[in-house]
Design a protein around this ligand. Structure first.
Ligand code: GDP
Length: 196
């Protein structure tokens, strides 16, 4: 599987620290506490590859992980944590935006949203801002174990419908790190990006 045995490569705190491109990059983004670290750990089959935050918003670094096919998983800092001072928040979004805007080896974005609170204004910003790049974006509606089967299906349909105007390069699925729901689907979608 694509993400199995991913290994930590480097962390950076500033755009100037970005390493020279050395493989196709798939970035993971999302509101802090949405479940991004848990999703990465689940995909990697690793309990603590990405740091699961007790305090949301603590991850201020971009972390690079090497996948077994040579590609890189890029873990972006979570956004939208209200308790962080405005100045720091601007620094983080500057780091995220610079990376997403300038990184030529970036081939696609995985956006993590809590399935109970999908498409917050900050998520919409990210989506509307990234989609015009023409690169694919795959949305994981995570913590789907917290919804009933019917509610999860309804949420999936709702989010798909909302994002449909952006075109077929934007895709959406249900995911649960707790119940390991949707792992193969993520691997299939991102595997498709990596094999042009
Ligand atoms: P991050 O800030 O986006 O990296 O979010 P974390 O991965 O640290 O998760 C935030 C909280 O949500 C933690 O308490 C996790 O245990 C919980 N969580 C994450 N994914 C799931 C999931 O799929 N199901 C459930 N029930 N809880 C989850």
């Amino acid at each position: 599987p694509l993400f199995r045995n991913a290994t930590f490569e480097i962390s950076i705190a500033k755009p100037s620290g970005l390493p020279p491109p050395s493989g196709a990059e798939v970035a993971f983004a999302g509101r802090s506490n949405a479940g991004k670290s848990s999703a990465i750990n689940t995909l990697a089959g690793h309990v603590r590859l990405a740091y699961v935050s007790k305090t949301p918003g603590r991850t201020q670094l971009i972390n690079f992980f090497r996948l077994n096919n040579g590609a890189l998983l890029v873990d972006l800092p979570g956004y939208g944590y209200a308790a962080v001072p405005e100045k720091i928040r601007r620094q983080w979004s500057g780091l995220i935006e610079t990376y997403l805007r300038t990184r030529e080896s970036l081939i696609g974005l995985v956006l993590i949203m809590d399935s109970r609170h999908p498409l917050t204004p900050l998520d919409r910003n990210m989506i509307d801002w990234f989609a015009p790049s023409g690169r694919p974006m795959h949305v994981l509606l995570t913590k789907s174990d917290k919804l009933s089967r019917g509610a999860a299906a309804a949420t999936l349909q709702e989010v798909r419908r909302a994002l449909e105007p952006l075109g077929p390069q934007v895709t959406v699925q249900l995911f649960s790190s707790l119940k390991k729901i949707g792992v193969e689907e993520v691997e299939r979608v991102i595997g498709g990006w990596l094999v042009p």
